[in-house]
Design a protein around this ligand. Structure first.
Ligand code: ADP
Ligand code: MG
Length: 257
């Protein structure tokens, strides 16, 4: 689906660059993902084409089982498409080997998951520091960037706590600090509010919207939650593996998904 150049909410956003001059951070061209289950075939992602622009907070909204996680995993290189092309920045990933995806994920992509996926035996600051260590950063720079990242999510006072000593919302904020600590260009969030109550979920969504914007990052969030998607700059709707359309957040209630 080629983006209408004037059709999205960001065209009127204060302080943004004119749409025509913005580049794609993610572009999918006719992407499919098929799984074999027993003797049958599941088409989890079915001929999806879409674009996400630089600095945009984009939601992909659809019901459980429609292929949201599969799509996000394809964009982040956790899984590979059966057919079609994924372009990150101006680089096609078609010929990427595993080592290329590993490098891209370490330096350019951050992930947030529904179930937080923090390492239970590590403190908040140790969890947040992991992507830096994996990316080869050492010494005082790790301490400085971890402190900065935990401060940005309002959890400096919990830096020595382990995940079991934190609430769900706090754990997700640690996970967000971890996802942003290496200043990735792209943040991918899979149902980030799925395990949270609505108040805590709103807090996480505010951070997810504002922190990357301050750092110039692009965010793609998949969600079944209308309340979460309403905070995005633009929303794609998804059903049965297909992406149906790009809508403005204030049109969400008008669309049956
Ligand atoms: P969502 O995140 O929207 O709930 P998923 O992407 O997890 O949906 O799943 C989409 C479809 O693909 C579902 O029918 C699911 O059962 C199927 N699916 C996902 N992963 C696999 C897999 N590894 N093997 C077989 N089928 C899968
Ligand atoms: Mg999912």
């Amino acid at each position: 689906m080629t983006r209408p150049r004037s059709g999205c909410a960001h065209s009127g956003r204060k302080g943004t660059v004119a749409v025509g001059s913005r580049t794609n951070v993610v572009k999918l061209i006719r992407v499919y993902k098929e799984y074999r289950r027993g003797g049958s075939q599941v088409i989890a992602v079915d001929d999806v084409s879409l674009e996400v622009l630089d600095g945009e907070f984009c939601a992909i909204m659809g019901p459980s089982g429609c292929g949201k996680s599969t799509l996000l995993n394809l964009i982040g290189g956790i899984d590979r498409p059966t057919r079609g092309e994924i372009i990150l920045g101006n680089q096609s990933t078609a010929k990427f080997q595993d080592k290329d995806w590993t490098r891209i994920r370490r330096h350019e992509i951050g992930f947030v998951f529904q179930a937080f996926h923090l390492i239970p035996g590590l403190t908040a600051e140790e969890n947040v520091g992991l992507p830096l260590l994996l990316g080869g950063v050492r010494g005082e720079e790790v301490q400085y960037r971890v402190a900065e990242s935990l401060d940005a999510v309002g959890l400096s006072s919990r830096c020595r706590h382990r995940p079991a000593e934190l609430s769900g919302g706090e754990q997700q904020r640690v996970a967000l600090a971890r996802a942003l600590v290496h200043h990735p260009r792209l943040l991918l969030a899979d149902e980030p509010t799925g395990n949270l109550d609505s108040v805590t979920g709103d807090e996480v969504i505010s951070l997810l919207r504002d922190l990357p914007r301050r750092g110039g990052q692009t965010v793609i969030m998949v969600t079944h939650s209308e309340a979460a998607a309403k905070n995005a700059d633009c929303v794609y709707t998804m059903k049965d593996g297909r992406v149906h359309g790009l809508i403005r957040p204030n049109q969400i209630g008008d669309h049956l998904i």
